[in-house]
Design a protein around this ligand. Structure first.
Ligand code: HEC
Length: 390
C-alpha cells in the first residue's frame, strides 16, 4: 500500500470511525482457562471496535499444586499487558489481587449443576435423597453439601474427572465450573444427554472483569467503552455464549436475579450471519499446499498427521470448529501464531503461520481462491470458523 492510500484509509476511518487509530492494546489471556478462546475473541472485538489492534500475551494460569499465586497477576499487569482478561470475581464476596483494579464486569459465569437430561430436578433441593454429586477438589461447591444434607459428595481432582464420573453414571449430578462444562459439552456433542442449571447458592456466581494497574487506567477506559458498544448491540453476548452471559453488572445490581443462562447452542441462523451460506475464499491453493508440508514438520507430532489430535486437541472437524463455540478465523490464527508450536511459541516465520492456517482452513472445508491470505488479514478475520468435516 502506498503512503497516499494509507492516508486515505486513515481519513476514511476518521470520517466514519470518529477518531484516529488508537494505540495497540496488549491483553493477557490465560491459556489454561476453558475460556481462553473466548477471551481472545473478546480482545479482538474490543480492538476492532476502537480501531486498534489486540496483541495477546498468553500465560499459564493453572499454576502448581498450590494454584496460581494471586501476586502473579501484579507482575502481568505491570510488565506484560495493559489488561488481564477473564478474571472471575465472586459476586458474593468481591475481592481482587492486591494493588490491582478491575474494569466494570463484562460477563457473568459461575458454577453450574450438571444433570442427565432425564432428571427432573430443578435445583439441589429436589435432587433425589442420597444422590452422589461430583465436585472438584478445593472449589466452592464443596461448601454446598452443608446446606443440602440429603446429597453426598464425590470429590475429584479435575472438572474433567467429575464429568467423566457423570458420563459413566457413577454419580447422579455434578457441580462444576460453567465454562469448563460448556467447553466439554460442545466438544463431545453431549448437549442432548446432559443439561445444566445455574446454582443459586452463595459463591456460585462470578463476574468476569479485566484487571489493570495504575499505569493502565486509560487502556481500561478504552476497554470499558468498547465493551459497552459491543454489549449494546448484542455482539458481546454472541462472543461470550455459551461460556458466559454478557452484560455489565451495573445493570443487574442483584446477582440473585441475574438471568444466568445455562450453556446452550448458538442459534443456527447466527452462525451464517456474516458469511452467507458458503464461506468465502480466503487463501490460494499454493498457500494451503505449502502449509501442508509445514504442518507435518511443526505441528503433526502433537496434533496428529491427519489433524485428529494427540497430545494437542484435534484441529479438524466438529470437535475443533464447532458452531456452538462461535469462533472466528482471527481468534484461532492468534492462538496459532502466538502460542504454537506449544514448545516454541511464535518461533516460525509469519508466512509459515499463514500457510499453515490456509491448510487448516482447507482441511475444514474452506475453499481456495485467487487472492493470497496475508498475516494481518488472517489475524483480523471475523469469518466464522465452522467445519464441514466430520
Ligand atoms: C509440543 C506439542 C504441540 C505442538 C508441536 C503444537 N501444538 Fe498446538 N496445541 C498443543 C496443546 C497441548 C494444545 C492445547 C493447550 C494449549 O492451548 O496450550 C494446543 C492447542 C492448539 C490450538 C487450539 C485448539 C483449540 O481447540 O482451542 C491450535 C489451533 C493449535 N494448537 C495449532 C497448532 C499448530 C498450527 C501447530 C504448528 C505450528 C501446533 N499447534 C503445534 C500442543 C502442540
Amino acid at each position: 500500500m502506498t503512503i497516499r492510500s494509507t492516508r486515505f484509509a486513515l481519513a476514511v476511518l476518521c470520517l466514519f470511525g470518529g477518531g484516529i487509530q488508537a494505540a495497540d492494546l496488549t491483553l493477557c489471556v490465560d491459556r489454561s482457562s476453558p475460556m481462553a478462546r473466548t477471551d481472545v475473541a473478546v480482545a479482538q472485538a474490543v480492538a476492532s471496535q476502537e480501531h486498534s489492534r489486540a496483541k495477546i500475551h498468553f500465560f499459564d494460569g493453572s499454576g502448581d499444586d498450590e494454584g496460581f499465586d494471586l501476586k502473579e497477576f501484579n507482575a502481568l499487569a505491570k510488565a506484560s499487558c495493559d489488561l488481564v482478561l477473564g478474571f472471575p470475581v465472586d459476586a458474593d464476596a468481591p475481592g481482587l489481587p492486591e494493588g490491582l483494579k478491575a474494569t466494570v464486569p463484562y460477563g457473568h459465569t459461575g458454577f453450574v449443576l450438571v444433570l442427565p437430561t432425564a432428571s427432573h430436578a430443578t435445583s439441589l433441593d429436589n435432587l433425589t435423597r442420597g444422590t452422589r454429586v461430583a465436585v472438584t477438589y478445593q472449589t466452592t461447591p464443596n461448601l454446598f453439601f452443608a446446606g443440602h444434607p440429603a446429597i453426598t459428595s464425590d470429590v475429584h481432582l479435575t472438572d474433567a474427572e467429575g464429568l467423566a464420573a457423570l458420563e459413566k453414571g457413577k454419580v447422579g449430578a455434578a457441580m462444576l465450573w460453567g465454562p469448563a462444562v460448556a467447553k466439554h459439552l460442545a466438544a463431545t456433542r453431549e448437549t442432548t444427554r446432559f443439561r445444566t442449571l445455574e446454582l443459586t447458592e452463595a459463591h456460585a456466581r462470578f463476574d468476569l472483569v479485566a484487571l489493570y494497574d495504575d499505569d493502565h487506567i486509560e487502556a481500561a477506559h478504552r476497554f470499558e467503552k468498547a465493551v459497552d458498544a459491543l454489549d449494546a448491540d448484542g455482539r458481546l453476548g454472541k462472543l461470550l455464549a455459551p461460556m458466559a452471559m454478557a452484560g455489565a453488572a451495573r445493570r443487574i445490581p442483584d446477582h440473585r436475579n441475574a438471568l444466568w443462562r445455562s450453556p446452550r447452542r448458538t442459534p443456527p441462523g447466527a452462525i451464517c450471519a456474516s458469511g452467507g451460506g458458503r464461506p468465502p475464499a480466503l487463501f490460494t491453493i499454493a498457500q494451503a499446499d505449502a502449509g501442508a508440508a509445514k504442518y507435518s514438520d511443526n505441528c503433526a507430532q502433537c496434533h496428529g498427521p491427519a489433524l485428529e489430535g494427540r497430545a494437542g486437541p484435534a484441529l479438524k472437524g466438529k470437535h475443533f470448529a464447532n458452531p456452538a463455540a462461535n469462533f472466528h478465523v482471527g481468534d484461532i490464527f492468534t492462538i496459532v501464531s502466538q502460542n504454537m508450536p506449544a514448545t516454541q511459541p511464535a518461533s516460525l516465520p509469519p508466512d509459515d503461520y499463514v500457510e499453515i492456517m490456509a491448510f487448516l482452513l482447507r482441511e475444514n472445508g474452506y475453499p481456495a481462491g485467487n487472492t493470497k491470505l496475508t498475516f494481518d488479514e488472517a489475524k483480523q478475520s471475523t469469518v466464522p470458523l465452522v467445519s464441514d468435516a466430520d
